[in-house]
Structures are given as structure tokens and as C-alpha cells.
Design a protein around this ligand. Structure first.
Ligand code: AMP
Ligand code: ZN
Length: 510
């Protein structure tokens, strides 16, 4: 199979054919930094992250660009409220956003562009659209896009706009499908709402150059950002499904009217994060930030919560909405703990084999490389190789099928069972063990939820704790369960938990 996924533009699952094999251009709409991001926003960037990681894992050379909407009604309004300059205000929340992403293992885009750095690029497109009669200057000095001029308008959002376009213009950036109208590319300066925040572009109207003072509309920024860093055509454009209309529809209208070329070949949209089955949104005041979640779960480490988050979302189809509950998060954190147990066991198993190998090679009479020696340490059996190949193939097939991370995770859980039972039966040689670790590392390039430091977490258990464990095992053997339970509780109070395994029991710090 090869990669195929759902394209919002055609409403079909399509085979992926990049414009150029050696550089896949991927763009996603960035945050509006007027507050901390909520976990709904972050889910969206996690989707972008998993898709980009998967493309790279499958061998595509991907270049990513993301804008930051630092000029906007909300950033201007709230920076004024907080009596900070727009720059300081938006830079603070952009840093916080990037920090949240880092905590969640979301890789930053290769290029991150605050749109305040793209004013000349926006000016160039606006000027070009005026020249081609797709845009016009209104009486107040704003520039509007003339929706009826763009024949394909409505294609992405699947709107039949015949008879829909009203004669009114809309100067809000966000509006409903029922309100299709000419939208603002450039908003004339209004001292009352904009304060000190204005920019200038130069346009030509009927052979006369004019300087327009004001600020850009929301949609033009993404057209300009793409044009600047990628040129007129890109492979994949992503965002949350609330952006299909009007934002992405308007990006298409602007970019394609300006360049005469198809803008993005594929459009991908993620489902929403819901709380109590309603979209999580700042405006609905039903949102949590990552810091809220960390505070709510203060007895769990931030890294564990972050990995739990990733897993929770990996176990959900990216196009589906996702109803967030604390229980779902907790369930994912518990699963992560099981994966951690596997990692620790694997580390111990490997380190024991390394120790054994040293002992074996130190013994004179065992220095010859006997068949047994090879088997225990160096052989990769045919069966093992076949198993590895089958697991990898299934993992890839799941991802190639519209980024089915839910299916890919199911393969990983199967692999976890395979590892655990192989360790129980001491099946793996040292080389096989290393190959398992390499395998997990390869998968982790996509999922980024494993903690490989646990492989080397050889904790030293104090002697008295080991003695208590021995007493407990003795009591258990003698079927004195009251005593064995008492010792379990005593160990628990001392901060240790007993882990019963097929080959015996051991203790571990909780
Ligand atoms: P904003 O910072 O509001 O511009 O939003 C940034 C991104 O988050 C956009 O791609 C939105 O589609 C996405 N987004 C906003 N709310 C949600 C939500 N509840 N669930 C998933 N994505 C969301
Ligand atoms: Zn955008």
C-alpha cells in the first residue's frame, strides 16, 4: 500500500502524490497569541505533529511553515487592556504556546512566522488582487475581496453560493456560512479600537499609488505566509475543522486569484476537542489550559501527564471530535505506566544479559564461541526477524491508511505483549533485545511517548527492603496471607511496591 488520506477539498480518500518528491510543503495555521492556548488548540497542533512525523517516518522530506496571528482584533484588544505593547503581549503568549508544545513533544515548525513580519508580502498580494479586479477599495480606506469574482468560491466548504452572496460586506474575520459576503483584506485604521497599532501598505488604484494605513484582515496573512516561504503552490494545508469556512475558503480565493494556480493540493482538518460534548473554546469559557491540567493532577509528574495526553489523542481518529474527560486522561496515564514497566523490564533483561556475557567471556573454558553462547547473546533467529518484519509492516499499513494512529497503537500494544512474554520465557538473545529497543525508537519517531531513560534506571534497593521482600515471599509460600499482606503494606508505606512476575517477585520505588 502507499499513503492515502482524506482530502477535505474532494471529500475523498486520495492517494498522496506530492508536487515534488524531494520537498513536501506543509503549512498549518498557527495560534492567535492573546492568552494561553487551551488543550483544544493543542490537540490541533498535536494532529499536525503526528502527521508531519508520520510523513517523515514514511520517507518524505517535509518542510513545515506555521504563522502566528499576532495582529488581530483579539490581540489588539487584550494588549490594550493589559497596557502592554502588542509586541510584548503577543511575544509572551507565543513563547508560552511554544513551551506547551515542547512539553507535549510537538516539534516546532521549520519556519514560524509572526505575521507582523509579513506586512510587505500582504501588501503585494492585496495590490495584485486590486490590479486583477478581485479586490476593491472601500470608502473608508479598507480593501475588500469581491467574492462573486472568484468562480470557484465555496468549493472547499461545499457551498453553493448562487444567490447566497449578499450585497453587504463583512469586516469581522469570523462569520457563518450564511453570511457569505465580500470580506476584508485590509482594515482601515480606527484610532478608537486600534490605538497605536497601525501599519502601511502601498497599492495602485487606477494608476495612482496610495498608501493605506491600517491593519491586515486575518485570512490574507496565511496567503502571504505561504507565498513568501513556499511560493504559489503547496502540498498539504492543515488546521482545525472550524477553519474550513471562512478562513481556508478565503485563503484559497486570495491565493488562487493572485497566482492563477491551485493553492494547496490537499486539505486536512482535525476534529474538535469537546467538553461535555460542546466545543472547547475561549469564547464559551469551557476551556482548560495545560497548566490547569497539571495543577489538577499535581500528584502526577508533568512529563507523565504530557505523554498521557499524546496517547489519549493517538487513540482517537484525527478527524473525529473528542470528548475530553479527566477519566480518559487518567486511563491513558495508566496505560503509559504499563508501557514504562515494559521498558524497565526490557532494560533489566538487557543489562542482565550484558552482565552474563561478561561473566561468560571471563571464564576460560567458555571463551570458545559455542553454539550456546551465540544463541544466548548474538543470534537473531529467523522467527524473531519475521516477527519484527510483520509488526513493522502492520504499523506502517495502519499509518498509511489515513493516519490510523488508533490502529497503529493497537499494533504497539500487541508488540508490548510479545516483549513481555518473550522476557518471561527468556526467549530473546542480547542482539534481539537490542533490535527490540531500536524498533521502539523507530516507532517513537512518530508517537513520541516512550521513555528510553527507563532502560537504564537500575535503582539500588536498600538491603532492609530486600529482606522485607524475602520475608513476604516466605509468608506467601507458607500461605500466611495476613502476614504477606502486612509486609506489602509496610513496603508500601516505605515507598516501595511489589511486582510479582513469572520468574519471581521484586520491589520497585513507587
Ligand atoms: P486560534 O488560536 O483560536 O487561532 O486556534 C488555533 C487552532 O486551534 C486552529 O487550528 C483551530 O481550528 C484550533 N482549535 C480551536 N478550538 C479547538 C478545539 N476545541 N478543538 C480542536 N482544535 C481547536
Ligand atoms: Zn490560516
Amino acid at each position: 500500500m502507499s499513503l492515502q488520506f482524506y482530502n477535505t477539498l474532494t471529500r475523498e480518500i486520495e492517494r498522496f502524490k506530492p508536487l515534488k518528491q524531494d520537498e513536501v510543503k506543509v503549512y498549518y495555521c498557527g495560534p492567535t497569541p492573546y492568552n494561553y492556548a487551551h488543550i483544544g488548540n493543542l490537540r490541533n497542533y498535536l494532529m499536525d505533529d503526528i502527521i508531519v512525523r508520520t510523513l517523515r517516518f514514511l520517507g518524505y522530506k517535509v518542510k513545515t511553515v506555521m504563522n502566528v496571528t499576532d495582529i488581530d482584533d483579539k490581540t489588539i484588544r487584550d494588549s490594550q487592556k493589559s497596557e502592554k505593547s502588542l509586541k510584548d503581549f503577543t511575544e509572551f503568549y507565543t513563547r508560552e504556546f511554544l513551551d506547551d508544545c515542547k512539553k507535549l513533544g510537538i516539534l516546532p515548525a521549520d519556519t514560524i512566522a509572526p505575521i507582523s513580519t509579513l506586512i510587505p508580502d500582504m501588501g503585494m498580494i492585496i495590490d495584485g488582487l486590486i490590479k486583477k479586479w478581485y479586490a476593491y477599495l472601500a470608502e473608508d480606506g479598507s480593501v475588500y475581496y469581491s467574492v462573486s469574482k472568484f468562480k470557484k468560491y465555496g468549493q472547499l466548504a461545499h457551498l453553493d453560493i448562487k444567490g447566497m452572496i449578499s450585497s453587504v460586506r463583512i469586516d469581522n474575520d469570523e462569520y457563518d456560512k450564511e453570511q457569505v459576503a465580500d470580506f476584508a483584506l485590509w482594515k482601515a485604521y480606527d484610532r478608537e479600537s486600534d490605538g497605536e497599532n497601525f501599519w502601511e501598505i502601498e497599492v495602485t488604484i487606477e494608476w495612482e499609488k496610495k498608501i493605506l494605513k491600517g491593519r491586515p484582515g486575518w485570512h490574507i496573512e496565511c496567503s502571504a505566509c505561504n507565498m513568501k516561504f513556499f511560493g504559489p503552490q503547496i502540498d498539504i494545508h492543515m488546521g482545525g475543522c472550524d477553519l474550513v469556512f471562512p478562513h481556508h475558503q478565503n485563503e484559497i480565493a486570495q491565493s488562487e486569484a493572485y497566482s492563477g494556480k491551485q493553492f494547496s493540493k490537499y486539505w486536512m482538518h482535525g476534529g474538535h476537542l469537546l467538553v461535555d460534548n460542546k466545543k472547547m473554546a475561549k469564547s464559551a469559557n469551557n476551556f482548560y489550559t495545560l497548566r490547569d491540567i497539571f495543577a489538577k493532577n499535581s500528584n502526577t509528574s508533568e512529563t507523565l501527564i504530557a505523554r498521557g495526553f499524546r496517547l489519549m489523542w493517538l487513540q482517537n481518529q484525527y478527524r473525529e471530535n473528542f470528548n475530553f474527560t479527566q477519566d480518559r486522561l487518567q486511563a491513558s496515564i495508566n496505560t503509559i505506566k504499563w508501557l514504562d514497566e515494559m521498558m524497565k523490564r526490557l532494560g533489566r533483561y538487557k543489562n542482565e544479559l550484558i552482565g552474563d556475557e561478561v561473566e561468560w567471556t571471563e571464564l576460560e573454558d567458555l571463551r570458545e564461541r559455542t553454539a550456546k553462547w551465540r544463541l544466548k547473546f548474538h543470534e537473531i533467529s529467523r522467527e524473531f526477524r519475521d516477527n519484527q518484519q510483520a509488526f513493522m509492516q502492520e504499523f506502517i499499513e495502519k499509518l498509511e491508511d489515513d493516519f490510523d494512529t488508533l490502529g497503529a497503537m493497537a499494533i504497539i500494544f500487541e508488540y508490548q505483549t510479545y516483549i513481555n512474554s518473550g522476557i518471561d520465557d527468556e526467549l530473546f538473545s542480547l542482539e534481539e533485545c537490542k533490535s527490540i529497543i531500536d524498533f521502539l525508537k523507530t516507532w517513537n519517531e512518530v508517537i513520541a511517548i516512550f521513555d528510553f531513560e527507563l532502560l537504564e534506571s537500575n535503582e539500588v534497593i536498600p538491603k532492609e527492603i530486600i529482606a522485607l521482600l524475602a520475608e513476604r515471599n516466605e509468608a506467601k509460600l507458607n500461605k500466611n496471607y495476613t502476614e504477606s499482606d502486612r509486609i506489602r503494606n509496610e513496603l508500601d508505606a516505605l515507598g516501595y511496591k511489589i511486582i510479582d512476575e513469572k520468574n519471581g517477585s521484586r520491589v520497585e520505588r513507587k
